[in-house]
Design a protein around this ligand. Structure first.
Ligand code: SAH
Length: 247
């Protein structure tokens, strides 16, 4: 488990190149949510499960004071290197999102790119609790998660380059509908120019949540909860959801 965030950490941005290129649009939407939904000015942000800092650094570029936290040192090493290269002042710290110990320190807490699906329905309550504690009064928690019902057809295969290495990525999944568990399977083959191949297998257990479930769970902790679609108000066929929850 978690090979994607350890041995493959240096390849993460190449694997998700297309998403990384669109991060500006994603953060435009987050800023729109800050303006529309929050009742306090957002300056200080805690980005949980920040990974290699794709969203974290975009927030920092826009002038927010950001702290990134992640479980895996390998991901943080990539994030720190990128921050240094751009001269961005972001603190990246290693930790478990369930064990954070901040009290009323942040205007906003974020958790991007389906990271919330790592938490099962017992852990998600712990998470909401610690997020709420970390937020200042009227602070906001924003997180996005996908719809698993219409996954398209699998396996999905694509390739990307990292330097002179070619990555061939094959994704598929195994679902346990009764337990709402999804085994996210990914084979990453790294091919050198001389034909040498290394292969890594990712097998992570994720939790399937519907927008209604997330809303009902969040309502037990936050005073105002709203689900958006990707970049707009929720529409019937949306496949990605954004939870906006006010302390
Ligand atoms: N938010 C980033 C990274 C998403 S990948 C982005 O938008 O690009 C998911 C990340 O969740 C990984 O970096 C993994 O290390 C992290 N993660 C998983 N469980 C975690 C936990 N309990 N606490 C902190 N980080 C966690």
């Amino acid at each position: 488990m978690h090979e994607l965030y350890t041995v493959l950490a240096e390849y993460y941005d190449a694997i998700y190149r297309r998403r990384a290129e669109r991060i500006g649009e994603e953060i435009d939407f987050v800023e729109e949510l800050f303006r529309k939904e929050t009742e306090r000015e957002v300056r200080k942000i805690l980005d949980l499960a920040c990974g290699t800092g794709i969203p974290t650094l975009e927030l920092a570029r826009r002038g927010y004071q950001v702290m990134g936290l992640d479980l895996h040192d390998e991901m943080l090493a990539v994030a720190r290197k990128k921050a240094e290269k751009e001269g961005l002042n972001v603190r990246f710290i290693q930790g478990n999102a369930l064990e954070i110990d901040f009290e009323e320190e942040f205007d906003a807490v974020t958790m991007f790119f389906s990271s919330i699906t790592y938490f099962d329905d017992s852990a998600i309550h712990e998470l909401f609790n610690s997020v709420k504690r970390a937020l200042k009064p009227d602070g906001v928690f924003i997180t996005d998660f996908p719809c698993w019902f219409y996954g398209g057809s699998f396996p999905v295969v694509w390739d990307e380059m990292k330097g002179d290495e070619r990555l061939v990525i094959t994704d598929w999944r195994e679902v346990e509908p009764a337990f709402q568990k999804l085994h996210f399977k990914r084979l990453v083959q790294i091919i050198r120019p001389d034909g040498g191949v290394r292969a890594f297998m990712v097998d992570d257990e994720l939790n399937i949540y519907t927008p209604r479930e997330i809303r009902l769970l969040a309502e037990r902790h936050f005073r105002k909860v709203k689900i958006y679609g990707a970049g707009h108000e929720l529409r019937p066929n949306d496949r990605r959801y954004w939870l906006v929850a006010l302390k």
